[in-house]
Design a protein around this ligand. Sequence first.
Ligand SMILES: C[S@@+](CC[C@H](N)C(=O)[O-])C[C@H]1O[C@@H](n2cnc3c(N)ncnc32)[C@H](O)[C@@H]1O
Length: 291
Amino acid sequence: MNKPINSPFRYAGGKFYARSLILKHIPFHSYYVEPFAGGGSIFFAKEKVNKNWLNDIDVALINTYLIIRDTPDKLIQYLSGEKATKERHSYYKNDFKPQNKLEEAARWFYLNRTSYSGIMKPQNCYWGYGDKYSMRPENWPRNILRTSEKLQNVEITCFDFEKVISTVPDNTFLFIDPPYFNADQDKFYTHSFSIDDHYRLCSILKKHNDRIKFLLTYDNSTEVRDLYEWAIEIHDKEWNYTINRTDDQKKGQKKEDNFKGERYKGKEIFILNYDSNAELSQEPKQLVISF
Ligand SMILES: C[S@@+](CC[C@H](N)C(=O)[O-])C[C@H]1O[C@@H](n2cnc3c(N)ncnc32)[C@H](O)[C@@H]1O
């Protein structure tokens, strides 16, 4: 199963709304790697190639991917009959003590699908589900099954990014989506990313620059532009996105019944270590999907 699908997860900082912009810049490749996979929205939106590798430092996220890849039916069975309610959310968040990897994945999946923006960090994990705007529990099995099919033969690991970047074979293409440089993304992710980590990422990419191709996405700042002045291309990119009422956490804010969501603009830079015009015109066509 190779067709484009949506990420199985709600994911803060996910690239769902920037998918088509990013896919247009991806050159032909036969080995695809995401060292900061998160919800994997680009991996799920593109065609799989010969070899595919998803990595993230978040142990609970990676466990959920592994359970979905290897034992989807058990996860579906475990979650069958679940209802999306504040009470069940609170139960999974505060009381439920998983006894094994399947139960850990079930807890993570339930909370991810029913929390504000899918944020799983306990201090910021709040109920954020609405029947009209969120994926209902009766549709979870289909989501799990199609994800499992796409994940077959995909390598899934839980390492620090440096280990991944330094071990990929020559000519690998990497889509690299680290936490932002200038935003307080610690509130989203279980593992914090320091300024030193940003510098470490830059130096490992520079070290392997001649043998890999990468597209790196970042918040637009002079620090990042200065760090990557050695890259071949830096593009300013903008896209529209909407935050649904269930993802709008402003306390006490009452929305009209027909409220569909607030519109925002995503603004980032795409940093490439290859000449995208040359790559995209010379190589066999990579699938580009319009959403
Ligand atoms: C911006 S998110 C990736 C979002 C993803 N591209 C998507 O579309 O859903 C950044 C990810 O980096 C992961 N991360 C943070 N520090 C890391 C590290 N040292 N090594 C690998 N992954 C890390 C976080 O757990 C988070 O999932």
